[in-house]
Write a protein that binds this ligand. Sequence first.
Ligand SMILES: [Mn+2]
Length: 429
Amino acid sequence: MSLPIDAGLLAAHNERLRREVQADYDHLGAQLARRGIDLERVRAQVAAFGVAIPSWGVGTGGTRFARFPGPGEPRHVFDKLQDCGVIQQLARATPTVSLHIPWDQCSDWSELRGAAGALGLGFDAINSNTFSDQKGQAHSYKFGSLTHTDAATRAQAVEHNLECIEIGQAIGSKALTVWIGDGSNFPGQQHFRRAFERYLDSSRQIYAALPDDWRMMLEHKICEPAFYSTVIQDWGSSFMAASLLGPKAQCLVDLGHHAPNVNIELIVARLIAAGKLAGFHFNDSKYGDDDLDAGSVSPYRLFLVFNELVAAAHEGVAFDPAYMLDQSHNVTDPIESLMTSAVQVQRSFAQALLVDRAALDAAQEANDAMTATHLLKAAFQTDVTPLLQRVRLDAGGAVDPVAAYRASGYRARMAEARPAVAGGGGGIV
Ligand SMILES: [Mn+2]
């Protein structure tokens, strides 16, 4: 397999750091052993963890005001895949890619599947797009898609989702993620109940076309681009829709799609309890759907989300959440941001595995709030960096992915190989 970053360069990078990593890892193991935790067991769980890369994330993002393109941006889906290959080669936490149609155009999907395989990548959920108009499209989504008042527009949006399922089958996806921008900007503009009914009617047609082993992931969002109301605004609307559609429909939680200060880990617990947690779009935010790098602002919140997931798994709850990053990189090299974010998500998972579940159960039963919160902090404040480094070393990745990436000169090479093109796909969802 020919991977994008030179194997010799990577090996030299790791050799310089290998001894230090092992010493730090052994020290962490001794620390955790005193707390009754077997680091080797944790390592096996962390090594098996993966989070999908969004294909749209490897291009530079933007805001409503401007986009400032970076050098060597991917020109098409094969370039995007190669950048995803770099991320996986160095960070070893992102074995899959999530495509977005029609941003990702391809005339031969089996060729794309082959190219992914050659990079050691597979495909996660496929994402439809009925929140923007495409060239040559008969009906506009300006006033909605799956919930539009016009039946022909709704039919066009349904048809696009059916096409996404077909593409997904060709590349080995097992899920369709549906986020719509439908909603209203003025009080009175939209009949709330009728719009929701139209959503259900359209979604039932998509649901009916799902292969048996597929899931339909419904993504809610509080606002934007509709700034007064959205049809699938919150987890309650999403849960209602998923319940009415059937067992293959579940609710996807994008961390940025809530009002500030909403208790997202509680929503996660509710959806797990209802058997309706589809998975996540990880990112971080300060004010709204900022699409900042996962854990860059609120790493403790990310840890608390994973605490709910690990607790449920520990208690034997059967669920299978899909993990994806969904970020917009405006001021960083997207490859560096995605590697850092994947490692951050992996870090939160590892920290959550360190929570003393029996002691926490006992503290909760005894209403001992201080002990309970100390137990969470003890896990969160453990520096698991040597564990993550060791996992990457074992898997053939880089001890320090960003340092190895910078040393490789990959971006400069791509700036030569990929002349800048006008426009280009990208977006924030
Ligand atoms: Mn999202």
